[in-house]
Design a protein around this ligand. Sequence first.
Ligand code: SAM
Length: 284
Amino acid sequence: MCPKDKIIIAYINWAHIVQQRICSSLLSLAHPNTAVLEKILPPLYFTYAQTLYEMFVEEKSMSWDNEYKNFGNVWGERPSELAITAVKYLQKNRSNNMILSILDIGCGYGRDAFYFLDNIRCRILGIDISEKAIDIATNAAFKAQKEDVKIQCCNFTKLKEGKYDIVFISNLYQLLKKNEREELRKTVMRTLKPNGLLFLGTLSERDPEHYGKGTPVPGESNSFQEKVYLHFCTKKELVEDFTFLNIKELYKHEYCEPRVTGEIHHHISWILIGEYVGTSYNSG
Ligand SMILES: C[S@@+](CC[C@H](N)C(=O)[O-])C[C@H]1O[C@@H](n2cnc3c(N)ncnc32)[C@H](O)[C@@H]1O
């Protein structure tokens, strides 16, 4: 190969790396589905950024698929701590005559959705990106003849329009990067009815099980890359993130969580209950 060819190949490789870096950094700033990226990126780069983002989502859903394939009902049949809190709160504060519509985002294999159905009058849509989790939940709903629950394999960013009395999110917020957390908040705004309630459970900066383990994420406080990315919220951050809600309760909750593997995890999580005070939100 002559020196001129070598220079051309080196240039192509360099251009490819630069292109990849630009797309990745833009992706970490904005979501590729937003009109923003489409406006600022030339078409080829936009397509490339979208492909990279889809690969990232695909990788994430595959890693959850593996978790559910290997361990099935990872946290057993017991409901999450947030579901127990939500049921108590709703039994006390909302009229039992009303049939509540509930959206469970990141529902996993449906343990909380079934708990809601057994304890309050409601209809539920559970969504999750893991096909395996959705298979387990769908089979369980079919066996138990639970007709008031719908389960869908879907990323919350792609959720179709719909308004709910309750949006329920247990142990998902901590897994999302900054721009994804913002997307999730937008999803909450567009799916909650006026006066609807958000129940959110997410790991706190005092979590003894995972905080400080793995590699700190550069440029972010309270984020670590262990087996998965984890972000640990502070109270101040949650108050700032959810200014569109009238926060009814926000407190730390300490508990031990048994897993099917026999391990017991010790957590300190935030429990946030907020009422949506807005009237409409257009994600446009
Ligand atoms: C820690 S698990 C909690 C599952 C369930 N809430 C529970 O407590 O049993 C987090 C779940 O969120 C799902 N998930 C992650 N990213 C998601 C996304 N972008 N859209 C919908 N679900 C997602 C995962 O597949 C996983 O099932």
